[in-house]
Design a protein around this ligand. Structure first.
Ligand code: 3NM
Length: 207
């Protein structure tokens, strides 16, 4: 397992069954063939599975990641940290508090989403291993997404926390991915540009 967080963030697929047009397992396998460097199971929003069905799909996806040595993150749902044997946990501003997550899981990789200076200032940054910066561009995938912050937001975070790894998220596709990296992000986190692609493997390669 590659525990270098910066390399992990390079091509980070975020996905739940609600984002998929193909079978989730098939989508993940093809994305791995295309070269994703991490996977986040984010079963959230309209049409998302809950309870046992959520856990069962999580385990099927987890097994695929294990087989290919791809780091597996869970979005917010700390109930599943043990049962899915996750490598890391990603939380948003309205999710479980980073301090609690860190206390309960001192050895896991923890990522936190930040969209504004205020969020950055009031977050326990010293407790996290990376920041998710977004939405960089407008996105239709997350209905409650904030206003697009632009690549300048990545530059601003970098200025404040030069050594902390950053992954950009929101509206990233093959046309704009390079600009996110150029602004200083270690990687890009993507949902629809991968999950909605006709050829998923090729879509990941193009990113
Ligand atoms: N979080 P797509 S934007 C899950 O800004 C998520 O924190 C965001 O989907 C944030 O790649 C987003 O299809 C949706 O735009 C990303």
């Amino acid at each position: 397992m590659n525990l270098d967080v910066k390399n992990m963030l390079r091509r980070y697929l975020v996905m739940g069954s609600q984002n998929c047009v193909h079978e989730p397992e098939e989508t993940l396998k093809q994305a791995i063939a295309g070269g994703i460097t991490a996977f986040q199971y984010r079963e959230k929003g309209q049409g998302a599975l809950v309870g046992q069905a959520k856990e069962e799909l999580g385990w099927r996806l987890r097994r695929i990641c294990k087989k290919h040595d791809v780091p597996f993150f869970i979005n917010d749902d700390i109930e599943l940290v043990e049962s899915l044997e996750v490598d890391g946990i990603h939380v948003g501003q309205d999710d479980h508090h980073v301090d609690d997550v860190r206390r309960k899981h001192p050895d896991k990789i923890i990522g936190l989403s930040v969209s504004t200076i205020r969020e950055l200032e009031r977050s326990p940054i010293h407790q996290v291993d990376y920041l998710g910066a977004g939405p960089v561009f407008p996105t239709l995938t997350k209905v409650d997404a904030k206003r697009a912050v632009g690549i300048e937001w990545i530059t601003t975070i970098k200025k404040n926390y030069p050594t902390l790894p950053i992954v950009g998220i929101g509206g990233i596709d093959q046309q704009n991915a390079a600009s996110v990296l150029k602004a200083g992000a270690e990687g890009i986190a993507v949902i629809s540009a991968i999950t909605h692609a006709i050829n998923i493997e090729q879509a990941v390669r193009n990113l």
